[in-house]
Design a protein around this ligand. Structure first.
Ligand code: ZN
Length: 89
């Protein structure tokens, strides 16, 4: 039977497999891939979070942020981190 060239979903390397449904090059990549799928937040250092503000809220954030030297992005990160810390406590 012809082996197929595939890309490992975990490490991205090419590999050959007889199995049509093979997704990983090795047992360890399969293990990591499965864990990453269950808890993606633990395996990819960052996540992007999107939320909306009304234009006047955004402008206020920009203006007040300039005074204390933070960007809206910094502010959003701070808020998210505080939120997470509050959940832990
Ligand atoms: Zn791999």
């Amino acid at each position: 039977m012809k082996k197929r060239e595939k890309y490992c979903r975990n490490c991205g390397e090419t590999f050959r497999s007889k199995r049509i449904d093979a997704k990983y090059c090795s047992v360890s990549c399969r293990g990591m891939g499965n864990r990453a799928r269950k808890k993606p937040e633990l395996y990819d250092g960052t996540m992007s979070v999107e939320f909306s503000l009304k234009p006047n809220e955004y402008l206020k954030l920009l203006k007040d942020g300039q005074i204390i030297g933070i960007t809206p992005e910094d502010y959003a990160q701070t808020i998210c981190k505080e939120f997470i810390n509050n959940l832990k406590n």
